[in-house]
Design a protein around this ligand. Structure first.
Ligand SMILES: Nc1ncnc2c1ncn2[C@@H]1O[C@H](COP(=O)(O)OP(=O)(O)OP(=O)(O)O)[C@@H](O)[C@H]1O
Ligand SMILES: [Mg+2]
Length: 239
């Protein structure tokens, strides 16, 4: 059994359908990367998995349990956590407060403190700036905080939307390396990315196009296949 099983998932906004019935699975302990052009439905997919959008049809199972139809809160409690697109940190609150609030679903104070130290280990910059208001952090620091906050609930599956958007190549690399450490420590990861520099860290790669999945395979195969060039550069590839 895979940790996450998505079957014929459909959702959209109001009367507008976006996901046309997508199916994929993610194995425990792996990192999956979701590529695709702007508007392909990447954010819609992970927001729907996080319970922020209603499931119109199909099913989501996590560790064998049905998640579809559960509230966003119940989904965090089940072990899925999202670092949303656009680094939505609480601007008027300190770094520390943002991290503490990320742990709202936990009762174990000591364990929460340990996770906080772990986050500071991943991102020393956040510890240096723990009393600073999140809204005054640089874009890259806010991205670290969004990821750190998502880790605070100690998820089994961490989903990160646009991990490297707007980051310098060097900082993007740093974020990928941290994500890879988080993964090594046992957390399953789904990253939405446009930066193909993430590929060496990906066990599994998915490509979305217009609300459908057009590729689901290993990261290393994708690197060789030419599918990425076709998707992003519109190149014809011989198949
Ligand atoms: N709140 C919304 N209301 C109506 N339509 C929406 C809403 N959010 C997204 N859409 C539409 O759904 C489609 C998929 O959007 P989505 O945000 O999932 O794309 P994406 O793959 O994450 O793109 P990007 O790379 O630009 O972040 C787009 O056509 C978009 O216009
Ligand atoms: Mg998006």
């Amino acid at each position: 059994m895979s940790l996450l099983e998505v079957e014929e998932l459909r959702t959209g906004y109001g009367a507008l359908p976006v996901l046309q019935g997508i199916s994929f699975a993610v194995e425990e302990g792996t990192t999956a990367v979701v590529f695709g052009l702007n508007g392909a439905g990447k954010t819609t997919t992970i927001n729907c998995l996080a319970g922020l959008l209603p499931v119109w049809g199909g099913e989501v199972r996590f560790d064998g349990q049905r998640l579809s139809g559960r509230s966003a809160k119940a989904i965090v409690e089940a072990g899925l956590s999202l670092a949303p697109e656009g680094r939505r940190v609480w601007a008027g609150l300190s770094v520390l407060k943002n991290l503490e609030l990320g742990a709202w679903s936990r009762k174990d104070r000591r364990g929460t403190e340990e996770t906080m130290q772990q986050v500071f280990g991943y991102f020393p910059r956040l510890e240096e700036r723990k009393d600073q208001l999140a809204g005054t952090l640089s874009g890259g620091e806010q991205q670290m905080l969004a990821i750190g906050r998502a880790i605070m609930s100690r998820p089994r599956l961490l989903m990160i939307d646009e991990a490297s958007l707007g980051l310098s190549p060097k900082l993007a690399q740093t974020v990928f390396e941290v994500v890879s450490k988080i993964n090594d420590n046992g957390t399953t990861v789904i990253i939405v990315e446009q930066n193909v520099g993430v590929l060496p860290y990906a066990d599994q790669a998915l490509i979305m196009e217009k609300g459908t999945l057009t590729y689901d395979g290993s990261g290393s195969e994708l690197e060789r296949s030419g599918e990425l060039r076709r998707t992003y550069l519109g190149e014809a590839v011989a198949s």
